[in-house]
Design a protein around this ligand. Sequence first.
Ligand code: PEP
Length: 264
Amino acid sequence: MPPNPLFLMTTRKKIIAGNWKMNKTSAEGVTLAQDVVAAVGKQSDVEVIVCPPFTAIEAVGKALEGSNVKLGAQNMHHEASGAFTGEVSAPMLRAIFATHVILGHSERRTYFGETDASVNKKLLAALKNQLKPIFCIGETLAEREAGSTLKVVQTQVEKGLEGVSKEQAPTVVVAYEPVWAIGTGKVATTEQAQEVHAFIRGLLVKLFGDAAAQKVRILYGGSMKPSNAPELLAQKDIDGGLIGGAALEARSFVELVTAAAAVK
Ligand code: PEP
């Protein structure tokens, strides 16, 4: 019998990840985490991740215990330990049961001098320590207007993922975040987003082969909220969202999880 093509299709579980940025004290973070857990902590249709600031991460981790909500960090250093004042490492994050780490967020690239090369070092260190990177890429408004979106994204993907093996690739989560859409209320149209997501998928196929590339979750980030999420999440190559502003309140964050669960 010829193989049934339906069995060959990869179904990618959607991810809704909250990037709290520099918001929430430890106590505020615990309250938010408790509210998220109460609403969606038991469901398993969508992978839910919260990424608090470092001062709240351990307490939030405790609030997530026993639930399906996962814990992520917003950054890390590529070395395991040493004289790097103000930094934290992958083994430190693993020790408090973080499973994910956001790397290369555009705010880190813009305000803290991160480059494709430094993001790549962090990404390899995360993978070595069994932390799943949420690897952020995306073009600025000037780059989009100059027609270089795909070229910019290609360079970020190729340089950021240098040295990643075919076996490791499916554990990487890519977040396409057009810089002009982050925190601005300007969301990419579904066509703009799907075009870039499909392009990224194609790059992943070239780098890692079709089987591995089909398993990689590619998230959209940039002013995603309950009103615009259903249309974005219904796109073929949009496998979830990295959420900033709308992740700071349980209600909107939970609505995004519900929207992701509703996509068939
Ligand atoms: C982000 O910072 O990753 C982000 C997508 O922010 P916002 O949802 O606020 O645009």
